[in-house]
Design a protein around this ligand. Structure first.
Ligand code: NAD
Length: 272
């Protein structure tokens, strides 16, 4: 495994995993475990290279396990990684597609961008971050997209504002066949509400709590069009106009207290 920090609290890892790299498709993710008794965490496969036998993962150090993952050094091993999991993104010739990425959500969009371009779609990418230093992979997006628009909340780079401001300008003036949004829940919800009255097909990639990632535990259940769906085997992408984002948001904070205690305990242990 090779690792580098690419933004504050965001690391990129290139992992030697030839079997996964050989089968990975846009939209797939892996579930990894650092120890035999470690927490299982899902991470999107942000890139893969069949020839090198590697997969690339981006992660934000927000909890105990991602902090621990961030402490690994290049050359270290990961206990186990299962994948590729999840439904690949359905890709065909749509026309003009707009990819909307918030923060580290751009990692999920990168393989989708490459797959859409391989099918001759025109792709506009909108990348949003709170500040310039939190923006990741802009160059990677510039390499494949027809157009890249950047928005920062504080105006330190690109246009000042949210990704939805940039998206509104586009859909008000140009025809759009498909929008795919990945990022914080409130962002994906806002994008879906924005496109709804225009009737633009809008897909979002959901990130509920997952445990084993193969449809057995039910931890990742989400409500879509009034039905319970398992994001790990039926998603992670769903029609944004049908997702119950409020339900997803409340399930995501269900273990917040335990997660905070676990992180504090881990940091205390590291100081000793
Ligand atoms: P953030 O809070 O800094 O937001 C990033 C950008 O999203 C903002 O700059 C803004 O342009 C936009 N945004 C945020 N809230 C919005 C709103 N209410 N309306 C319109 N636009 C809004 O994001 P972050 O701290 O980098 O966190 C990234 C998030 O992405 C995390 O919550 C992480 O769990 C999530 N994520 C999701 C997936 C997935 O598959 N869904 C993958 C990776 C990361």
């Amino acid at each position: 495994m090779k690792k580098q920090t690419i933004a504050p609290e965001v690391d990129m890892m290139v992992v030697n995993a030839p079997l996964i790299a050989n089968h990975a498709k846009a939209g797939n993710f892996v579930v990894m475990r650092l120890h035999e008794k470690g927490e299982r965490i899902p991470l999107t496969i942000a890139d893969s290279n069949k020839d090198a036998g590697t997969i690339t993962l981006l992660f934000q150090k927000t909890g105990k396990t991602t902090e621990e993952l961030g402490m690994l050094n290049s050359g270290d091993e990961i206990r186990d990684i299962a994948g590729p999991l999840g439904h690949p993104t359905p890709v065909k010739k749509y026309g003009h597609c707009v990819l909307v990425g918030g923060g580290i959500g751009v990692a999920t969009l990168y393989p989708i961008l490459k797959a859409l371009k391989a099918r001759n779609n025109k792709v506009t990418a909108i990348l949003g971050a709170r500040t310039k230093e939190l923006l990741v992979w802009e160059e990677n997006f510039r390499e494949f997209s027809n157009e890249v628009l950047v928005a920062t909340d504080d105006g330190s780079y690109g246009r000042k504002g949210l990704v939805t401001d940039a998206l509104k300008d586009i859909i008000d003036h140009r025809s759009v066949a498909l929008v795919i949004a990945v990022g914080p829940i409130r962002m994906m919800q806002a994008v879906s509400e924005l496109t709804r009255p225009y009737g633009i097909k809008t897909m979002v990639s959901l990130n509920p709590i997952m445990v084993e990632g193969t449809g057995m535990c039910g931890a990742c259940r989400v409500n879509v069009a009034g039905k319970t769906r398992f994001a790990c085997i039926e998603g992670p992408e769903f029609d944004g106009h049908e997702v119950d984002f409020n339900g997803l948001g409340s399930r995501l904070v269900f273990y917040k207290k335990e997660e905070e205690v676990s992180l504090k305990r881990f940091k205390r242990k590291c100081k000793k």
